[in-house]
Design a protein around this ligand. Structure first.
Ligand code: HEC
Length: 200
């Protein structure tokens, strides 16, 4: 009897260990894919922004942002087999408004920043058939042209933004502020496939 208990106990411990390992691997895969995709989107948007700024200044860049940001986000999503969105509590385009899970993630980053004075690198959620990876975005110098204090913004730029986005919430930021997140939804099946490839 004692032996049996020991065997049962040992197998349970091994099993729990295996599950913990698997969860750790899954987390690693999610972070790997999420990071790769977020960086690709950032690179795509920033290079498009810089090109437009060079060609026609901030007014041209606003046009590019408003016409192309969602389109480019969709394109990268399709290329990578995931779904990407940029979102924030203070959004400019109502199409980027956060859902309840995204609000939870935004809150997580806000609280962490308040408590630790530093933004965590990422946040991960599991929802039904998908994992969600979140990368926080900070305000840099270049962002202030269009997201800064309205008092210091170029009047033409501000007018153009107000014309395109009458309910804009995305101004009043200062350098280093938490601006929002890139959210990457990865189907669970993609992670399973990825894990198999690593095993082979
Ligand atoms: C030339 C003006 C311009 C600059 C510079 C700019 N943005 Fe934006 N930003 C916009 C516009 C316009 C939108 C709305 C895009 C849309 O319609 O999807 C936007 C939307 C966003 C969104 C999506 C959420 C929302 O508010 O709709 C995030 C996040 C964001 N910007 C972050 C940044 C960051 C971070 C920087 C600096 C690296 C930056 N932006 C620089 C004009 C700009």
């Amino acid at each position: 009897m004692k032996k049996l208990i020991i065997i049962v106990f040992t197998s349970a411990t091994i099993l729990t260990g295996a599950i913990a390992d698997e969860a750790e691997n899954t987390q690693k895969e999610i972070v790997e894919i999420g990071q790769k995709v977020s960086k690709k989107l950032l690179k795509t948007l920033v290079s498009e922004l810089k090109k437009a700024m060079k060609e026609g200044g901030p007014l041209k860049a606003i046009e590019v942002c408003s016409k192309k940001a969602l389109e480019l986000t969709k394109k990268v999503s399709q290329q990578e087999g995931v779904e990407i969105k940029r979102t924030s509590f203070k959004y400019r385009n109502p199409k980027n408004a956060p859902d309840k899970y995204e609000k939870e993630a935004l809150k997580y980053f806000e609280n962490a920043l308040k408590e630790k004075g530093k933004l965590p690198k990422y946040y991960v959620q599991t929802i039904d058939k998908e994992y969600r990876y979140y990368m926080p975005l900070k305000i840099k110098d270049v962002c202030l042209t269009c997201h800064g204090d309205p008092k210091h913004m170029d009047e033409k730029v501000l007018n153009k933004i107000r014309e395109l986005y009458p309910n804009d919430k995305a101004t009043g930021y200062t350098l280093g502020d938490f601006r929002g997140v890139i959210r990457v939804s990865i189907p669970k099946s993609t992670i399973e496939k990825h894990e198999k490839q690593h095993e082979d």
